[in-house]
Design a protein around this ligand. Structure first.
Ligand code: ADP
Ligand code: MG
Length: 246
């Protein structure tokens, strides 16, 4: 299995708060790696350092062997790090297909030259991505009227339009009903496996984590306290004490 992301000694403080301290891990192509831990453990701070939104105080981030530490988000995104956001970032007045076309145009770097509301560029590619996330039938809908779960799938299609090597998903299923959560993560896991995309995600619902993570890393107060396959992490007494509350 080839390594997509390698993180070493990552650290970030906010004033006196050591949000992340000496965190290191790796994610392989096609792997679903869950980053779990209680509120305030430093999960989002890690994500923000991985996509360039925050500059680490210390440590290294390597993508496919290339050092991307401290690069600005746009550059990191261009190198193949996708991110889905908790607040969905679609253009509500456009159709589902147009949103994906827009993302494909943007990925191709021709946004300003090519985009017109009636453009037919990338229609086939957009439809293929929509089919992949199970939204072929909603391609012509205005995205503002989508149900929340569909909006999340559209967001996934938009992220995939950038052909990411690594996908960062910070609480992707927040606000979704349990059945929708399972469906979204099942879909994501299938895409990760078939496309070799490395997925790093956070998730509060432990059923979802144990069902869809290939491996789990656990943060507590900024430190990595456990790493391993789901059954081992579930059985780890330290993890149970600080996180699962068992
Ligand atoms: P998680 O995502 O695991 O809930 P965060 O990474 O959001 O945790 O937060 C880790 C710690 O860093 C918390 O104590 C939080 O209050 C603090 N923190 C996060 N972002 C900031 C910031 N921009 N300014 C100050 N403190 C922050
Ligand atoms: Mg968070």
């Amino acid at each position: 299995m080839s390594v997509v992301l390698e993180v070493e000694g990552l650290a970030k403080s906010f004033g006196g708060v050591r949000a992340v301290q000496g965190v290191g891990f790796a994610v392989d192509a096609g792997e679903m790696l869950a980053l779990i831990g209680p509120n305030g453990a430093g999960k989002s701070t890690c994500f923000n350092m991985l996509n360039g939104q925050l500059r680490p105080d210390a440590g290294r981030v390597r993508l496919l062997g290339r050092d991307i530490t401290g690069m600005v988000p746009r550059r990191v995104w261009r190198l193949g790090v996708g991110r889905t956001f908790q607040i969905t970032a679609t253009f509500g007045s456009m159709t589902v297909r147009e949103n994906v076309q827009m993302a494909l145009l943007s990925h191709a770097g021709r946004l300003l030259h090519l985009w017109r509301p009636a453009t037919d560029a990338f229609v086939a590619e957009a439809d293929a991505l929509l089919a992949r996330v199970g939204m072929a039938e909603q391609a012509d809908r205005v995205s503002a009227i989508l149900a929340y779960g569909d909006l999340k799938r559209l967001e996934l299609a938009i992220a995939l339009a950038n052909a990411p090597r690594l996908l960062l998903m910070d609480e992707p299923t927040a606000g979704m009903a349990p059945r929708e959560r399972v469906a979204l993560m099942e879909l994501t896991a299938g895409i990760a496996r078939e496309s070799g995309i490395a997925v790093l995600f956070t998730e509060h619902d432990m059923d979802v984590v144990f069902a869809h993570a290939d491996r789990i890393i656990v943060l507590d107060r900024g430190r990595l306290i456990a790493e391993g396959a789901p059954p081992a992490v579930r059985a780890n007494p330290e993890v149970q004490a600080v996180y699962l509350g068992a």
